[in-house]
Ligand binder design. Structure first.
Ligand code: FES
Length: 195
Protein backbone atom coordinates (compact mmCIF):
# COMPACT_ATOMS: atom_id res chain seq x y z
CA UNK A 1 0.00 0.00 0.00
CA UNK A 2 1.28 3.50 -0.87
CA UNK A 3 2.44 5.71 1.98
CA UNK A 4 0.47 8.83 2.70
CA UNK A 5 2.08 12.15 3.77
CA UNK A 6 1.25 11.34 7.38
CA UNK A 7 3.13 8.05 7.21
CA UNK A 8 6.23 9.74 5.77
CA UNK A 9 6.20 12.41 8.48
CA UNK A 10 5.84 9.76 11.16
CA UNK A 11 8.67 7.69 9.68
CA UNK A 12 10.95 10.74 9.42
CA UNK A 13 10.26 11.57 13.03
CA UNK A 14 11.03 8.00 14.04
CA UNK A 15 14.25 7.94 11.99
CA UNK A 16 15.55 11.21 13.36
CA UNK A 17 14.62 10.17 16.90
CA UNK A 18 16.39 6.84 16.45
CA UNK A 19 19.47 8.56 15.02
CA UNK A 20 19.60 10.95 17.96
CA UNK A 21 19.23 8.06 20.40
CA UNK A 22 21.97 6.02 18.71
CA UNK A 23 24.20 9.08 18.56
CA UNK A 24 23.79 9.67 22.28
CA UNK A 25 24.38 5.97 22.97
CA UNK A 26 27.56 6.03 20.84
CA UNK A 27 28.79 9.13 22.63
CA UNK A 28 28.16 7.46 25.97
CA UNK A 29 30.16 4.37 24.96
CA UNK A 30 32.91 6.49 23.44
CA UNK A 31 33.18 8.36 26.72
CA UNK A 32 33.78 5.19 28.75
CA UNK A 33 37.44 4.66 27.80
CA UNK A 34 38.09 8.37 28.21
CA UNK A 35 36.58 8.39 31.67
CA UNK A 36 38.51 5.22 32.49
CA UNK A 37 41.73 6.86 31.32
CA UNK A 38 41.07 9.75 33.65
CA UNK A 39 40.43 7.41 36.57
CA UNK A 40 43.16 4.77 36.47
CA UNK A 41 42.22 1.41 37.87
CA UNK A 42 44.26 -0.34 40.53
CA UNK A 43 45.86 -2.43 37.80
CA UNK A 44 47.02 0.63 35.94
CA UNK A 45 48.36 2.20 39.11
CA UNK A 46 50.17 -1.01 39.94
CA UNK A 47 51.72 -1.29 36.47
CA UNK A 48 55.40 -0.52 36.47
CA UNK A 49 55.96 -1.82 39.99
CA UNK A 50 57.98 -5.01 39.95
CA UNK A 51 58.97 -7.36 42.74
CA UNK A 52 62.33 -9.12 42.72
CA UNK A 53 63.22 -11.90 45.15
CA UNK A 54 66.70 -11.06 46.43
CA UNK A 55 66.83 -13.74 49.11
CA UNK A 56 69.46 -15.69 47.15
CA UNK A 57 71.50 -12.73 45.94
CA UNK A 58 74.97 -13.48 47.21
CA UNK A 59 77.58 -10.98 48.38
CA UNK A 60 79.42 -9.60 45.39
CA UNK A 61 76.74 -10.79 42.95
CA UNK A 62 75.26 -8.51 40.35
CA UNK A 63 71.82 -9.36 39.03
CA UNK A 64 70.30 -7.59 36.06
CA UNK A 65 66.53 -7.52 35.69
CA UNK A 66 64.32 -5.78 33.19
CA UNK A 67 62.01 -3.10 34.55
CA UNK A 68 59.93 -0.93 32.23
CA UNK A 69 61.94 -2.40 29.34
CA UNK A 70 65.19 -1.13 30.83
CA UNK A 71 68.01 -3.11 32.47
CA UNK A 72 68.28 -2.55 36.20
CA UNK A 73 71.42 -3.46 38.14
CA UNK A 74 71.04 -4.99 41.58
CA UNK A 75 74.39 -5.40 43.31
CA UNK A 76 74.88 -7.02 46.72
CA UNK A 77 77.93 -5.09 47.84
CA UNK A 78 80.63 -6.78 49.86
CA UNK A 79 82.20 -5.10 52.90
CA UNK A 80 85.31 -4.57 50.74
CA UNK A 81 83.25 -2.78 48.07
CA UNK A 82 81.60 -0.62 50.70
CA UNK A 83 84.95 0.35 52.14
CA UNK A 84 86.52 0.91 48.74
CA UNK A 85 83.77 3.32 47.69
CA UNK A 86 83.97 5.15 51.00
CA UNK A 87 87.64 5.92 50.31
CA UNK A 88 86.97 7.59 46.97
CA UNK A 89 87.36 11.34 47.21
CA UNK A 90 83.85 12.50 46.54
CA UNK A 91 84.92 16.10 45.88
CA UNK A 92 87.09 14.94 43.00
CA UNK A 93 84.20 13.28 41.19
CA UNK A 94 82.72 14.91 38.10
CA UNK A 95 79.27 14.16 39.48
CA UNK A 96 79.76 14.27 43.26
CA UNK A 97 77.59 12.04 45.42
CA UNK A 98 78.16 10.55 48.85
CA UNK A 99 77.77 6.78 49.31
CA UNK A 100 74.60 7.16 51.34
CA UNK A 101 73.12 9.26 48.57
CA UNK A 102 73.60 6.35 46.19
CA UNK A 103 72.36 3.52 48.39
CA UNK A 104 70.09 3.75 51.41
CA UNK A 105 71.26 0.30 52.53
CA UNK A 106 75.05 0.17 51.99
CA UNK A 107 74.82 -3.52 51.17
CA UNK A 108 72.52 -3.02 48.21
CA UNK A 109 73.06 -0.86 45.15
CA UNK A 110 70.25 -0.49 42.61
CA UNK A 111 70.42 1.61 39.46
CA UNK A 112 69.37 1.83 35.86
CA UNK A 113 71.91 -0.30 33.98
CA UNK A 114 72.47 2.07 31.11
CA UNK A 115 75.60 4.11 30.52
CA UNK A 116 74.89 7.81 30.70
CA UNK A 117 77.07 8.45 27.68
CA UNK A 118 75.34 6.84 24.72
CA UNK A 119 73.28 4.11 26.33
CA UNK A 120 75.40 0.93 26.28
CA UNK A 121 75.01 -1.56 29.11
CA UNK A 122 78.12 -1.46 31.33
CA UNK A 123 79.74 -4.62 32.67
CA UNK A 124 80.69 -5.28 36.27
CA UNK A 125 84.44 -5.71 36.74
CA UNK A 126 86.46 -6.61 39.81
CA UNK A 127 88.97 -4.08 38.52
CA UNK A 128 87.72 -1.27 36.35
CA UNK A 129 90.60 -0.44 33.97
CA UNK A 130 92.92 2.31 35.17
CA UNK A 131 91.04 2.83 38.42
CA UNK A 132 92.11 -0.03 40.68
CA UNK A 133 88.58 -0.40 42.05
CA UNK A 134 85.64 -2.69 41.43
CA UNK A 135 82.74 -1.20 39.55
CA UNK A 136 81.06 -0.82 36.21
CA UNK A 137 82.93 -0.52 32.96
CA UNK A 138 81.38 0.47 29.67
CA UNK A 139 83.41 -1.05 26.84
CA UNK A 140 81.74 1.05 24.16
CA UNK A 141 83.90 4.10 24.80
CA UNK A 142 85.65 3.32 28.08
CA UNK A 143 83.16 4.73 30.59
CA UNK A 144 84.16 3.99 34.18
CA UNK A 145 82.02 3.92 37.31
CA UNK A 146 82.64 2.75 40.86
CA UNK A 147 80.48 0.12 42.59
CA UNK A 148 77.91 2.81 43.41
CA UNK A 149 77.63 3.79 39.77
CA UNK A 150 79.51 7.04 40.31
CA UNK A 151 81.31 8.22 37.24
CA UNK A 152 85.08 7.83 37.60
CA UNK A 153 86.23 8.54 34.08
CA UNK A 154 85.66 8.30 30.35
CA UNK A 155 82.98 10.07 28.35
CA UNK A 156 79.89 9.50 30.54
CA UNK A 157 78.74 12.91 31.76
CA UNK A 158 77.25 11.68 35.00
CA UNK A 159 76.60 8.81 37.36
CA UNK A 160 74.38 5.85 36.56
CA UNK A 161 70.82 6.88 37.20
CA UNK A 162 68.88 5.74 40.21
CA UNK A 163 65.29 4.60 40.35
CA UNK A 164 62.66 4.49 43.05
CA UNK A 165 62.48 1.26 45.04
CA UNK A 166 62.01 -0.09 48.51
CA UNK A 167 62.93 -3.31 50.25
CA UNK A 168 60.46 -5.41 52.19
CA UNK A 169 62.15 -8.37 53.83
CA UNK A 170 63.87 -10.23 51.00
CA UNK A 171 61.83 -8.58 48.29
CA UNK A 172 63.02 -5.63 46.29
CA UNK A 173 60.14 -3.61 44.90
CA UNK A 174 61.11 -1.53 41.88
CA UNK A 175 59.12 1.47 40.74
CA UNK A 176 57.70 2.61 44.04
CA UNK A 177 57.30 6.23 44.99
CA UNK A 178 60.31 6.16 47.31
CA UNK A 179 63.91 6.36 46.25
CA UNK A 180 66.48 3.94 47.54
CA UNK A 181 69.22 6.50 47.57
CA UNK A 182 68.85 10.23 47.42
CA UNK A 183 65.48 11.65 46.60
CA UNK A 184 66.21 15.31 46.26
CA UNK A 185 68.64 15.32 43.39
CA UNK A 186 66.09 15.27 40.63
CA UNK A 187 68.64 15.63 37.86
CA UNK A 188 69.89 12.12 38.52
CA UNK A 189 66.47 10.53 38.47
CA UNK A 190 64.67 12.38 35.71
CA UNK A 191 63.74 10.72 32.42
CA UNK A 192 62.92 7.46 34.10
CA UNK A 193 61.43 5.00 31.67
CA UNK A 194 57.66 4.94 31.69
CA UNK A 195 55.56 1.81 31.65
S1 FES B 1 78.12 4.43 25.81
FE1 FES B 1 79.24 4.03 27.61
S2 FES B 1 81.08 5.07 27.34
FE2 FES B 1 79.97 5.52 25.56
Amino acid sequence: MANGPGDITTRRKFMSGAAAFLGALGAAFAAVPFIRAMSPTKDVLAAGVQEVDISNLREGELRTVIWRKQPVFILRRTPAMIEEASLINQAALADPAAPDERAADPGLFVSIGICTHLGCIPQFRDQVPETGVAGFYCPCHGGKYDNLGRRLGGPPPENLRLLPYRVEGQTLILGTERFGGYGENVRKIQDLPTV
